[in-house]
Design a protein around this ligand. Structure first.
Ligand code: GLU
Length: 318
């Protein structure tokens, strides 16, 4: 059975870019008779709010999407909320530690960001880590331990990686790309990378479809699957929606939040038409229902480059 998912972070409200990703992940499963899972990624709790999670479910229902398992419906892999799954992340991190795949890192935020000319890493995760704490002696560790709680980093293996993305095709990643990454922060919060791998693996997800902003996380996640001896899913990264100025979509661009459109009385069919048009599933932005798009869904039709939404489209949505 094919299983896909949409896994939003409830740190804000859903915008049209999130809606497009949700729609495509849902279509991918509905087109093959697979199962669709909804998961709330509130692992970074200080950034998240339960109201946003509620609002997201409501916005997705308004769009005409449904899910077989999720925070509201439950299911065989419950809970579907990351903040209730920390024991599972702890077990995975313990296993990696036992297997010698992790090391404690005592570098401060200022040290990590202050390294002059540090190469730029994952957009969301700061500069590439240069391995300062990788080879500390037991004495050095003991001394640092007295003054700072460590974060825990995954030691990248020495081999390159290759994978085939369902939209973007062959991807080759040199050994060591991105540097050793954090799986558990010094404040005890598990990283997105470990939480998402544990959840997708234990929830039996076979297909991960998500925004292209997460393409550079995929090599890290593949290495975690390998280290934990889990079967990795197929990945497909769909184009981001950009604002009329070509920059990442933001509130400044106007009506990009689903809640605003709903308040203005916009019909979901209208938004769905635009979403399907932007990503390449429709030739014209004509109103459709989500279910009307199922027969025509094909990853091969999806645009590969980011799509800029026009001002007139945004006006049409209000
Ligand atoms: N929670 C992530 C986000 O909202 C998505 C994670 C994923 O799809 O892998 O950006």
């Amino acid at each position: 059975m094919r299983r896909g998912r949409f896994a939003p972070t409830p740190s804000g409200r859903l915008h049209i870019g999130n809606a497009q990703t949700a729609l495509l992940a849902w279509l991918q499963m509905r087109a093959v008779g697979g199962e669709f899972v909804l998961r709330m990624e509130d692992i970074d709790r200080p950034r998240c709010k339960p109201e946003y999670a509620e609002q997201m479910l409501d916005d997705l229902r308004w769009l005409g999407l449904d899910w077989d398992e999720g925070p509201d419906t439950g299911g065989p892999h419950a809970p579907y909320v990351q903040s209730q799954r920390v024991d599972l992340y702890e077990q995975a991190v313990d296993k990696l530690w036992q297997d010698g795949r992790l090391y404690p890192c005592y570098c401060s935020r200022a040290e990590l960001h202050g390294i002059a000319g540090a190469p730029h890493g994952l957009t969301s995760e700061g500069p590439v880590y240069l391995g300062t704490c990788r080879n500390l002696s037991p004495e050095e560790r003991a001394a640092k331990e007295k003054v700072k709680t460590p974060s825990w980093r995954f030691k990248l293996p020495e081999h390159p990686l290759a994978f085939t993305d369902g939209v973007l095709g062959e991807q080759h990643v040199p050994a060591g790309a991105g540097g050793d990454f954090v799986v558990k922060r010094a404040d005890g919060i598990f990283s997105y990378q470990i939480a998402v791998v544990v959840d997708d693996a234990l929830m039996g997800i076979t297909d991960v479809l998500r925004g292209a902003d997460l393409l550079d996380s995929t090599p890290r996640q593949l290495l975690l699957y390998e280290a934990l001896s889990w079967q990795a899913p197929q990945f497909a990264h769909v184009p981001m929606l950009h604002g009329p100025d070509g920059a990442r979509l933001s509130k400044r661009d106007g009506a990009v939040m689903l809640t605003e459109m709903r308040q203005a009385g916009t019909r979901p069919e209208k938004l769905l038409g635009w979403l399907a048009y932007w990503c390449g599933l429709l030739d014209r932005p004509e109103p459709v229902q989500a279910s009307d798009l199922i027969p025509a869904f094909d990853l091969a039709k999806l645009a590969q480059a980011p799509v800029s939404v026009t001002e007139s489209a945004l006006r049409d949505l209000m």
